[in-house]
Design a protein around this ligand. Structure first.
Ligand SMILES: [Zn+2]
Ligand SMILES: [Zn+2]
Length: 119
């Protein structure tokens, strides 16, 4: 692990696409775990692990998401990993039954080209 020798600007978001494949795989695993977590600490533990794996500070909400633009048809390809409780986040798909995670757009995408849930 690198030692922080100065208070450098620690990114609060990273782009999934820029992460090494092994890190992406580990991140996916933790997010799947969070998605399927039941009651108890499993969800928060999985989210904490996912944030650490991605290299972003663990948000107080213990709730992170990857921008849905990465996989959406017509999405811009943004794969930002961010605090799911940030202002400006747009929900693009609700969580499926028995799943925890909704599809979200990061605040930048939510501002520039929101794709909110269509009724
Ligand atoms: Zn985005
Ligand atoms: Zn986008």
């Amino acid at each position: 692990m690198a030692v922080m020798t100065h208070a450098s600007a620690h990114p609060t978001t990273v782009d999934y696409s820029n992460l090494p494949t092994t890190v992406q795989d580990a991140f996916d695993r933790y997010m799947r775990k969070a998605d399927n977590a039941g009651t108890g600490d499993d969800y928060r533990d999985a989210m904490t692990d996912a944030a650490i794996t991605a290299g972003i500070p663990v948000p107080a909400s213990k709730d992170i998401a990857r921008c849905s633009c990465l996989n959406d048809a017509g999405g811009c390809g943004c794969g930002a990993i961010f605090d799911a409780h940030t202002d400006g986040v747009v929900v693009t798909a609700p969580n499926a039954p028995n799943k925890n995670l909704s599809e979200l757009q990061c605040p930048g995408c939510g501002h520039d080209h929101p794709r909110p849930i269509a009724d």
